[in-house]
Design a protein around this ligand. Structure first.
Ligand code: NAD
Ligand code: UGA
Length: 448
């Protein structure tokens, strides 16, 4: 069997590397128009940082895993084609700021229709609005090749930073297809068969295409909603003297609620939560479900509120002026163990602090200095260690929960700072009492 995946990004790269690793008899080609990205996949410096990825890629590359810019050639040769291109929020015209930009997906559908002459299974791996398969089918029909293709939905649930373990041991694999026709059933069986090389059959769910497409948006909406829920409660904790970690632990012990995704923070980031909720909101409005749309919109509003609330607390604690004050920001990625900064809370917080006149210096173990400056301001300094960032600072902000920030020598950092020295733990990973003992004015999220 030959697989071609269009889109060598955070999803296409790791997902296909895992298929190649688990199925040595399948040839897997990951193609992209972006030459630099493909060159990086073929080099020792992969274009994305993901624990465990490098080893798998190095083991399978040029055996049954190939990265190429020859998009059309590999599409033509493949039996199964995954579409794993971006579906960002549309920034113009109707639906701007909410609807998903489906231009890249449509572009793939057109390219597939143009070059393919034999039957193929075409799989939506990208996160798409419900009924996108209909759009793809329309494109194929327009080329009078509608009968050549079976369109399936197979959304990806991996989280960045844990992509390899998520792919190796997924809670479930979801495959949507048309089980009412023989060709549909056969296509479903083929894709189930690929995953069943390592995922137990009972963890592979098959549904109709619309349920599969919608489930992906709903999964992300529910996850983001939990973060916004606990973040909303963190404000109540600060006002009331309760401790958000204690509350999260107490409610999380209820097996109906469960302990995961209850970590209060500066707000969720990442390329998908906000975009997928906006997409859901747009769909609800499209279906005339204004109240449902409003319900989900609140998840994003609380996220914005949480970021602003954190910034306000910093300003207020530093005596309402940041002019000429040096602020060290530890962590810029949207979560630990990734170099991805898309929608990271740190971007918004840094921009607001620059606006207030602060001198910002950022340290992140994985994020590129130029990227940090590009996303914030040329005025922002980038340090190559936490100690370098913190020396001479009035305040430290922990914005990503990198493990190394738990191990820092905070007494030494304190000694190198301007006094009174403030520390704001935006991830609740530090022991505030210990920091207070050292001499810091220490603040957490949801801690009175
Ligand atoms: P990405 O931006 O990292 O990668 C997409 C790639 O597609 C880019 O390299 C781009 O050059 C390429 N591309 C676009 N049009 C192309 C074309 N016509 N031909 C060839 N290549 C083309 O995006 P990503 O983070 O991998 O996300 C892809 C999809 O997966 C999105 O729909 C996203 O919502 C979804 N998703 C992402 C994650 C995640 O953790 N990032 C998790 C689950 C699902
Ligand atoms: C998320 C989902 O977890 C994946 O299942 C999904 O496939 C993916 O989105 C996607 O569709 O893109 P990801 O964004 O990579 O994965 O990372 P998460 O671990 O979900 O974290 C998202 C954000 O929420 C991060 O900024 C994280 O710091 C924050 N978060 C998460 C919290 O603030 N508290 C928590 O308890 C959990």
């Amino acid at each position: 069997m030959k697989i071609c995946c269009i889109g060598a990004g955070y999803v296409g790269g790791p997902t296909m590397a895992m298929i190649a690793e688990k199925c040595h008899d399948i040839d897997v080609a990951v193609v992209d128009l972006n030459e630099q990205r493909i060159a990086a996949w073929n080099s020792p410096n992969l274009p994305i940082y993901e624990p465990g990825l490098q080893e798998i890629v190095e083991e399978r590359r040029d055996k049954n895993l190939f990265f190429s810019t020859e998009v059309k050639k590999y599409i033509k040769d493949a039996d199964v084609i995954f579409i794993s291109v971006g579906t960002p929020t549309k920034s113009y015209g109707i639906g701007a700021g909410q609807a998903a930009e489906l231009g890249y997906v449509e572009g793939c559908a057109r390219m597939i229709a143009e070059v393919c002459e034999g039957p193929k299974i075409v799989i939506e791996k990208s996160t798409v609005p419900v009924r996108t398969a209909e759009v793809i089918q329309n494109v194929f029909d327009g080329y009078e090749k509608g009968d050549l293709f079976e369109i399936l939905s197979n959304p990806e649930f991996l989280a960045e930073g844990t992509a390899i373990s998520d792919l190796e041991n997924p809670d479930r694999v979801l495959i949507g297809g048309d089980s009412t026709t023989e060709a549909g059933k056969k296509a479903l069986e083929t894709v189930v068969g690929i995953y069943n090389n390592w995922v137990p059959r009972e963890n592979i769910i098959t549904t109709n295409v619309w349920s599969s497409e919608l489930s992906k948006l709903v999964a992300n909406a529910f996850l983001a909603q939990r973060v916004s829920s606990i973040n909303a409660i963190s404000a109540v904790c600060e006002a009331s003297g309760a401790d958000v970690d204690e509350v999260a632990n107490a409610i999380g012990k209820d097996s109906r609620i469960g302990p995961k995704f209850l970590k209060s923070s500066v707000g969720f980031g990442g390329s998908c939560f906000q975009k997928d909720i906006l997409n859901l909101v747009y769909l609800c409005e499209h279906f005339g479900l204004a109240d449902v749309a409003e319900y989900w919109r609140q998840v994003i509003k609380i996220n914005e509120y949480q970021r602003k609330r954190f910034t306000r607390k910093v300003i207020h604690s530093l005596y309402n002026t940041l002019q000429g004050k040096r602020i060290a920001v530890l962590g810029f990625a949207f979560k630990k163990d990734t170099d991805d900064t898309r929608e990271s809370a740190a971007i918004y917080i840094c921009r607001d602090l620059v606006e207030e006149g602060a001198d910002i210096v950022v340290y992140d173990p994985q994020v590129d200095a130029e990227e940090i400056k590009g996303l914030t301001s040329e005025k922002v300094e980038v340090a190559s260690s936490a100690a370098e960032a913190v020396a001479g600072a009035h305040a430290v902000l922990v914005l990503t929960e990198w493990d190394e920030f738990k191990e820092l020598d905070y007494a030494a950092l304190y000694a190198s700072m301007v006094k009174p020295a403030h520390i704001f733990d935006g991830r609740n990973i530090l022991d505030l009492a210990e920091l207070e003992k050292i001499g810091f004015n220490a603040f957490g999220i949801g801690k009175a």
